[in-house]
Write a protein that binds this ligand. Structure first.
Ligand code: TTP
Length: 205
């Protein structure tokens, strides 16, 4: 069984993988998240996912490393995490009543063969019109700060979202179905592993 290393400090990515019944290790990626000029948003997300994965993979001789990076895109702007309260308020005001894209880049590296797979998944997210009051109350919940675009769809941020098109898990930071297909290409079948270990919903769920 190949060892899997998640190159991420994101608690969301950890829980999404854990929910699939996967055994894996976590190592914090060591990169400075510099955005290169001239790259399209999906290319930027992949570039950062690749840098995170390689920062761990270059020290390993075996196993498979997974890196990911999530950005929010609205028009020409790419939103990362807000740096302070005003920045969070600004981001949410920008997203209010509009459609934006959440893009997660993923990179999977098989350390033994050096094979590297990468891709970007896009989900369209439509926000409700948010009142100033709603934005302020939401920001003061503290939820926006460690999240791209300044919201978390998996938490109170669900109340800001009218609807989405595409993968929900992609918005939370890891498109698990896409990752499943990538891991299969390096010889890891999450579905079969979970089944072997009796992971899955109870019959009457
Ligand atoms: C839009 C959105 C983003 N996010 C999160 C997912 C990512 O963790 C984060 C974007 O930051 P990232 O830089 O992609 O990841 P990270 O810094 O949290 O973790 P690491 O680099 O160690 O892997 O925003 C949510 O949790 N919910 C949401 O609805």
């Amino acid at each position: 069984m190949k060892r899997i290393v998640l190159a991420s400090e994101s608690p969301r990515r950890y829980h999404l993988l854990k929910n699939l019944g996967l055994e894996f290790e976590v190592q914090a990626p060591k990169i400075v998240e510099n955005i290169k000029e001239g790259l399209k948003p999906d290319q930027q997300a992949v570039e950062l996912a690749r840098a995170k994965a390689w920062s761990i993979a270059r020290r390993l001789h075996s196993g498979v490393v997974v890196g990911a990076d999530t950005v929010v895109v609205i028009g020409e702007s790419i939103l990362g995490k807000p740096c302070d309260r005003n920045h969070a308020i600004e981001m949410l005001a920008l997203l209010s009543g509009k459609r934006h894209q959440v893009i997660t880049g993923i990179c999977v590296i098989d350390c033994e063969s050096g094979l590297s797979l990468e891709g970007a998944e896009t989900t369209e997210v439509y926000f409700r019109y948010l009142s100033r009051e709603e934005i302020l109350v939401y920001v003061d919940s503290g939820e926006p700060y460690d999240k791209a675009g300044g919201y978390g769809i998996q938490g109170l941020g669900a109340l800001l979202v009218d609807r989405i098109e595409g993968c929900y898990y992609n918005v939370v930071g890891l498109p698990v179905a896409r990752l499943y297909c990538m891991l299969k290409q390096v010889g890891i079948d999450i579905l079969a592993r979970g089944w072997e270990h009796g992971i899955g919903l109870p019959r009457n769920y």
